[in-house]
Design a protein around this ligand. Structure first.
Ligand SMILES: CC(C)(COP(=O)(O)OP(=O)(O)OC[C@H]1O[C@@H](n2cnc3c(N)ncnc32)[C@H](O)[C@@H]1OP(=O)(O)O)[C@@H](O)C(=O)NCCC(=O)NCCS
Length: 171
């Protein structure tokens, strides 16, 4: 089970996260609009921890977070990926995504989530994937639905009410 180091979607390229991406990830996590639904603006140290955890995840599992750029311009669009994550005590395969605000509302997150679902099932052979977000994050919920995930239940994450969606292989 190994994810591709790079891949393309119709409008985006993806590169496996590497240490050189740190400034891009910092820009993303320190943007207040992005951070509003991700637990708040992260410090430089928290960004470094995210990078270190993500690099370790790739080493341990053969998949993880990719950095996405627009094919037409080369501009940094955001980060997204698949990671092993514990949800209320159970290990799950989480699909995660966050985009720079300049690229919101163009269907990019949907394009990314659909590509990640395909990688999860066709390439990694995972049995299922989940994604979760704040109850109020309508855009993210819609992305999940458009990637074929279905509402499963409410969960508590970081002390806040979230909704968890799931899709099983073959669905
Ligand atoms: C959530 C997020 C990834 C959505 O990215 P995006 O590229 O704008 O999403 P898409 O363009 O693919 O839109 C997906 C759907 O959400 C809808 N949508 C987008 N923004 C919306 C908003 N503010 N309110 C309601 N619906 C919205 C779109 O209309 C589309 O649905 P439709 O095709 O039925 O019209 C992006 O806003 C983001 O990065 N937010 C900050 C980080 C975050 O919240 N990540 C998810 C945490 S789980």
């Amino acid at each position: 089970m190994k994810g591709p180091d790079t891949f393309e979607t119709a409008r985006l390229t993806a590169e496996r996260l590497c240490p050189e991406h740190e400034p891009l990830i910092r820009t993303l996590y320190q943007d207040e609009r992005v951070a509003a639904t991700l637990g708040g603006v992260r410090t430089d140290a928290e960004v470094q921890r995210f990078i270190a955890d993500s690099l370790r995840h790739w080493e341990e599992h053969g998949f993880g977070v990719w950095v996405f750029r627009e094919r037409a311009t080369g501009c940094f669009v955001g980060r997204a990926g698949i990671r092993r994550f514990q949800v209320e005590g159970a290990w799950e395969n989480e699909i995660l995504y966050a985009l720079m605000p300049a690229f919101w509302g163009q269907g990019y997150a949907t394009e990314i989530a659909r590509a990640l679902v395909e990688i999860a099932f066709e390439c990694l052979g995972l049995a299922d994937v989940v994604s979760f977000t704040l109850l109020t994050n309508v855009a993210s919920r819609r992305v999940m639905e458009k990637a074929g995930l279905r509402y499963e239940r409410e969960i508590t994450h970081a002390g806040l009410p979230h909704v968890l969606y799931r899709r099983r292989a073959g669905e």
